[in-house]
Every structure is written in C-alpha cells, then in structure tokens.
Ligand binder design. Structure first.
Ligand SMILES: [Zn+2]
Length: 168
C-alpha cells in the first residue's frame, strides 16, 4: 500500500463548543455529531483520519431547510463510498440521541451497508418526541451499538442504556 500524503491538520472542535453541547448540564437546541472511522483488519483497527470531523444539524435559523445531524451524516457517509470488500467501524459522538425518524434512516443504511459497523455515543437522550426508545432498540437490533457518553464521573445510567465513552 502506498503511503498517501500527510493528512492535513484539522481543527478539532473547540473546547467551549464541546462543553456547551456535550455537557449534561446544558440543554442546547443544536445537535452536534462528531465522528471517526476505523478500518477493521483482523483484530486490529486502523484510524482513518481523513474521515474524522464533526457537523451539526441545519435549522431554519440558518436560512436552511431543517435537517437533523444524522441525516447530514448519512449523506456524508454515503459519499465516501467505503469499500464494500473491507470492514469499517464508524463511531459517532452525538449531543442528542437520534430521534425515531433518524434511527429509521440509520437502520436502513446499516441494512444496506453490512461492511459498516456503527457505534453511537449520545450525551443526552432526545425524548421530546415519542418513539425514540423503539428507534434506539431498532438501531441495536440492526447491529449498532448505542450507549450514553460519560463525563467526569457521570455515568450513563439512563434506564436501559448504560455505557461508556470518552469525550471527543
Ligand atoms: Zn432526527
């Protein structure tokens, strides 16, 4: 395998944006989604830094059609055309868990893309609309791992969704 060019330095999310959106103490309106991708080779995982970034949802306040972060992310993932002969692990850290509609779309994507294994770590459960629990269970059933992020001693103990993650 030829060595590619050195990856460009990417500005990581600044700390304040992270704290504002991922701390369990806040209840922001925006949804941020940080993601990273690893290539799985046998027992090993190789980070693919070119697919490491973050995005947020688009809303009417930005003069854009409303789109949830997960749907923007799905488009982005599809555009990568990850090699179907290989296996990948995509990890998302998201400030709100997927709503039922987004969970549905993620499940469809996973069913059509067996080479992609998805892990979602959510800072908060988005429980504003009904159906989110079924959505999260459907994601689990489709092979995704869904867990709560933990922060500085906070443990993800939301009923049924224990888990651990590191912050970004
Ligand atoms: Zn959604």
């Amino acid at each position: 395998m030829e060595a590619g060019p050195a990856p460009e330095a990417r500005p990581l999310m600044d700390e304040q944006t992270f704290l504002d959106n991922f701390s369990h103490l806040n209840c922001p309106r925006k949804t941020y989604l940080c993601y990273e991708v690893e290539l799985l080779v046998g027992e090993n995982s190789i980070p693919l830094d070119e697919y490491k970034d973050f995005l947020h949802n688009e809303g009417a306040d930005m003069g854009l059609e409303r789109r949830h972060a997960e749907l923007i992310f799905l488009d982005r993932m599809a555009s990568w055309n990850l090699d179907t002969e290989l296996r990948y692990r995509v990890t998302c850290f998201i400030s709100w868990s997927p709503c039922a509609d987004c969970a549905d779309e993620l499940v469809k994507f996973l069913r059509a893309n067996g080479h992609i294994y998805l892990r979602i770590f959510a800072a908060r459960i988005y429980e504003r609309f009904p159906g989110y629990e079924e959505g999260l269970r459907a994601l689990n059933a489709a092979g995704a791992e869904v867990a709560m992020m933990t922060f500085q001693g906070q443990h993800g103990t939301h009923e049924g969704w224990g888990g651990q993650a590191r912050p970004w």
